[in-house]
Design a protein around this ligand. Structure first.
Ligand code: ZN
Length: 415
């Protein structure tokens, strides 16, 4: 098989982007609207211009590079992924899909192809939810699933609201609604992502075509007690918020086991205030991420968690739980799966169908337009860690599939 995509150009983009991290030598830490994020967005815009794209930044900071169509009034095909990262994450989660989109534009240019309908490469903000706590934030703004008012409510670990961070980044939060795409204004969305699991590597396959994305919920629990002196307050007169929080936490893994059928639950972040070694904590917040392939199981697990938190109320502690994100399992477009399958066959790529256990921008975009998602292999299945790795030859094969599918769907012919 002869490939189209250039693994060295892909490598140059991925490695170049990886320089923009707050934790050099300890993986990629690129929070939305940070200085590193600005540098990465500018870097991406530069590569897009080199690929011949017309580049703009939308009202929430998404970088959009457009290949104009012969018929510019037709709804565009969107291709891309996100630029933000988890703390100390890897270089491929997100950027792989952005780079696949830019490389597709290079191939259009190099092969002299002009699409009938426009193609837009998108590099989106805040998919991981690392900075502001709500995952898939950028794609939810892009689809209009959430409005600008959410920007005031969501705050980072330092108490900075998303709206304040936008202003510091040079954006006007009052105009955030302008980033939303109207229903019918997008023809299709395609995303390449790393698998973040071990299956493709173990089976020696090039590509997974995703049929469904698991349902997920992100919850936040707040436990309030009373701060007091660690030395002078007797054990039976304490209202220790951390002891209450840990009591809840200890019960949670069993709830996911009871639900079974692929249900998983994780507490990944906890804040303890006031945070003094000699002060009884009065305020603890922690996150709960829960997922399952079947919607009934997601809903049942949410109810069980809410029941557990409600039950922990008392003994001078108040416990509340908020739903920060709920996304039901998302079936992806049959038509696009069929198109991807045909192109994978034509390119001689080995492939399989897969359910995605991870949420992706594609699950939100699927509410706006027919959506396709493919995975490329992750070495050892590792991701959200500095060791995250995909061979550039494999990323190039995935990019070939994105390119060939967009060439066909956009009605591209030599100009
Ligand atoms: Zn990702």
């Amino acid at each position: 098989m002869t490939g189209y995509a250039d693994p060295r150009r892909i490598e140059a983009m991925i490695e170049g982007l990886d320089r923009f991290t707050a934790t050099p030598g300890r993986g990629t830490t690129r929070l939305t609207y940070s200085a590193e994020y600005r540098a990465a967005a500018d870097f991406v815009a530069g590569w897009m211009r080199d690929a011949g794209l017309t580049v703009r930044q939308d009202a929430v900071g998404t970088i959009i590079g457009r290949i104009e169509g012969r018929n510019p009034d037709l709804a565009p095909i969107l291709v891309g992924s996100h630029l933000d990262s988890v703390p100390n994450g890897g270089r491929f989660d997100g950027p792989a899909g952005v780079v696949a989109g830019i490389e597709t534009a290079f191939l259009f240019r190099d092969l002299g192809l002009v699409p009938d309908r426009p193609v837009e490469v998108v590099a989106m903000i805040e998919e991981e939810g690392t900075r502001f706590g709500g995952g898939l934030f950028g794609s939810r703004l892009l689809t209009g699933a959430i409005g600008p008012e959410a920007l005031e409510d969501l705050r980072d670990g330092q108490g900075v609201s998303a709206a304040e961070a936008m202003r510091a980044y040079g954006l006007d939060p009052a105009r955030a609604g302008e980033a939303a795409r109207a229903p019918g204004s997008v023809h299709a969305f395609l995303e390449l992502h790393i698998e973040q699991g071990p299956v493709l590597e173990a089976e020696g396959r090039d590509i997974a075509i995703v049929e469904t994305i698991v349902g997920l919920a992100q919850l936040r629990v707040t436990v309030r007690g009373q701060a007091a002196h660690a030395g002078t307050t007797p054990m039976d007169q304490r209202r220790d918020a951390l002891v209450g929080a840990v009591g809840i936490l200890a019960q949670l893994p069993d709830l996911a086991r009871q639900v079974g059928r692929g249900a998983v639950l994780t507490v990944g972040r906890m804040e303890v205030l006031p945070g003094g070694a000699n002060v009884i904590p009065d305020l603890v917040t922690f996150t709960i991420d829960l997922r399952a392939p079947a919607e009934a199981d997601v809903l049942r697990l949410i109810e069980m968690v809410e029941g557990t938190v409600a039950h922990a109320q008392g003994n001078g502690l108040s416990c509340t739980i908020e739903r920060q994100l709920y996304a039901p399992p998302t079936p992806l477009s049959d038509q696009i799966q069929t198109a991807l399958l045909a192109q994978a066959e034509g390119l001689g790529l080995s492939h399989r169908v897969m359910v995605s256990g991870a949420g992706h921008d594609a699950m939100i975009l699927a509410g706006l337009a027919p959506t396709g998602l493919i995975f490329v292999p992750s070495r050892g299945g590792v991701s959200h860690a500095p060791e995250e790795w995909t061979d550039y030859a494999q990323l190039a094969r995935g990019t070939d599939l994105i390119f060939a599918t967009i060439r066909q769907m956009s009605g591209a012919v030599p100009g």
